[in-house]
Write a protein that binds this ligand. Sequence first.
Ligand SMILES: [Zn+2]
Length: 366
Amino acid sequence: MPNDVLPAELIRLADLDAAWVECGAGARLNAVRRAGRRLRDRILAGGAVRCVRTADVAAFPYPTRYGFQGAAAAPWPFLFLRNRMHLVQVAAAGRTITILVNPTDAVRSARAPFFARMEERYGKLATKLLSSTHAPLEAALRDWGVSPAGVDYVTFDHLHVQDLRGLLAPAAPGGRAFLPNARLLAQRAELETLAGLHPLQVEWYIPECLAGVPADRVVALDGDYAIGGGFALVRTPGHTGGNHSIVVVTDRGAWTISENGICVDAYAPGTSRIRGLARHARDTGVEVILNANTREGSLDQYTSMVLEKTLADPVPDRPELPQHFSSSELVSHPLAPGLSPTYAHGALTYGVVDTGAGSGAIRASA
Ligand SMILES: [Zn+2]
């Protein structure tokens, strides 16, 4: 059971509450779009985060029909995605709070049923050749000058293929976890999904991913929350029931982070150079293209992507594109010609890392 006492630095944002309970998917879309503008103003009024950094986690093949909802015209069965994580620091309650966004454990992730089945089908060598794992979290933290004990929170846009045991569960009974002071921030709906998987969800989750993680290390959220200035977790249901997007404000305005779409083309298909996307948008009138591996709630996922476009500022030199950072972003690959993103953000870098930050550092010096 997660901890129901919320940390004081989490500030509830209620702007979208009424919009999400609007009956009728079309009415809900309109209400979310309208309320999203108010929420965007509120988040921007809080100023920017202290810093944000990016690290590559892993690259892997992914079915093309999932990535672009069947709209891409390329014949290749797989495209290639790269997972990235972010370090975000914010000022709140008179100190720096350190948050890791999407710190996927690539080795444990590979054991999710979907990837395990792929390995069974194509063989260990093929999947190994097609996938690559970048430097582990330890190395990224070292590069940023942040100690594992200095991390206050971890959060993922959703818990597909995630396994938190390596981060938050003590390695041995009575021992310390790798991130000894960090707590997971997850929507209660996502935790409830995990506790009782539907057969159509089994392929993407690792059901024992929180085994051994102490209850007080899991914070269940019911809704949207800000932490400090320039950082918010905003519900974006659809891809999964408990999906949320991470909003980060830098000197370039607001960014959204999630896996609802696999690159900016998914958020501006009308201007995409990927064959099939602009035509699909023109023919059907849609303004976004879903990452459609699960279809838990496609209408809400569409609405969630419109919400992300509403919250995010445009790319300065490409105003038709939103500053949406796909946590699993499409990358070019020789085995998938024609399936390259029209524009890629690659990394999000802003501000100066506070290397003495976090509860761990305070405790260490106490
Ligand atoms: Zn997913």
